[in-house]
Design a protein around this ligand. Structure first.
Ligand SMILES: Cc1cc2nc3c(=O)[nH]c(=O)nc-3n(C[C@H](O)[C@H](O)[C@H](O)COP(=O)(O)O)c2cc1C
Length: 319
């Protein structure tokens, strides 16, 4: 008789009922989705990134479809941390699903101040630092593109809270392992890999960029191989560090691929826009996959990629 697999995961002390979370910016705080789907099947929810002050976001159009994916340039639209606390705080507390609050900012000070305002919210099991933001104090360079700037933000946040901090990295770098190692040295409990990739699309009839902001973040199945590569490279270098794999997860098999590459859990972003039930369906599908393979739980998949012999050089050192 086949025993059913267990789905719960423990990311070195951060526990989720299953390994599939809704990704930041693609599910609100869950409040908006509560009437649409049953939230009980979710492993967790990562909130839309919250900043210190209300942010109106960028000009329209803010989204454009691309082959196997989409571009977005929302511009971190959010009500600011005080309204977030007032409106989403009570919902998060009553939800019964673990919530990770995504924090964003344009200076180390802003990340610190927002961290101070979300660290005590009941129901919050972790903070995700969205460090794919421009650092206004350093010529608008993106924090996550520079190991030292990424480490500065993560160090400031982790000094202020005992809530575990996950650093969310971008793949728009030549050496993601170096940035990941710097974040872990600075106190990151884990890593979320990856944010959108910077892209651009042009309407050839009008010669106009398809996004109001000209460039934007590419997401969806088109970026999944990049996410798998990043998770693999970072997991090889940091096997003890919890990694949440993100990028193009639409079906259970996509999540399994990221876990086999080294992810401890995954997030689903873009897929929610065309299937609001995607997160729960992917979680249920992982359960069926594990049971079919006779595996006990998600840890039996983690990092189990079978490399061919004579791989010329450790892939995580390339680039
Ligand atoms: C419309 C949209 C808004 C997003 N907003 C955020 C955000 O506020 N903070 C963040 O860290 N990531 C944000 N992301 C990135 C996703 O969380 C995720 O990292 C990325 O889309 C890759 O996953 P996917 O291919 O499953 O969408 C956003 C993505 C989309 C498509």
């Amino acid at each position: 008789m086949m025993t059913e697999a267990r789905l719960d995961v423990d990311l070195n002390g951060v526990r989720f009922p299953n390994p599939v979370l809704a990704a930041s910016g693609c599910f609100g705080s869950g409040r908006e989705m509560a009437g649409v789907i049953d939230l009980a099947g979710l492993g967790g929810i990562v909130t839309k990134s919250v900043t210190w002050a209300p942010t109106r976001g960028l000009s329209t159009p803010r989204m454009a479809e691309t082959p196997s994916g989409m571009l977005n340039a929302i511009g971190l639209q959010n009500p600011g941390v005080e309204e977030f606390r007032a409106k989403d705080g009570p919902f998060i507390e009553s939800l019964g699903v673990p919530v990770v609050v995504s924090v964003a900012g344009t200076s180390v000070e802003e990340y610190s101040q927002v961290t101070l305002r979300v660290r005590d919210l009941p129901g919050v099991v972790a903070i995700e630092a969205n460090i794919s933001c421009p650092n206004v104090e350093r010529r608008n360079q993106v924090f996550a593109c520079h190991a030292d700037q990424a480490a500065e933000v993560i160090g400031a946040m982790t000094r202020l809270t005992t809530v575990p901090v996950f650093a969310k990295l971008t793949a728009d770098v030549t050496n993601i392992v170096g940035v990941a190692q710097a974040c872990v040295r600075a106190g990151a409990h884990g890593l979320s890999l990856i944010n959108t990739l910077l892209g651009m699309a042009i309407d050839v009839e009008t010669f106009r960029p398809r996004l109001g902001a000209v460039t934007g973040g590419l997401s969806g199945p088109a970026i999944r191989p990049v996410a798998v590569r990043c998770v693999y490279q970072v997991a090889q270098a940091l096997p003890e560090t919890p990694i949440i794999g993100i990028g193009g997860v639409t079906r259970a098999e996509d999540a399994v691929e990221l876990m086999v590459a080294g992810a401890w859990a995954v997030q689903v972003g873009t897929a929610n826009f065309f299937n609001p039930g995607a997160v729960a369906e992917v979680a249920a599908g992982i359960g069926e996959f594990l049971t079919r393979k006779g595996l006990a739980g998600p840890t039996d998949l983690r990092g189990k990629v079978q490399l061919r012999r004579n791989v010329p050089e450790p892939a995580h050192r390339r680039g």
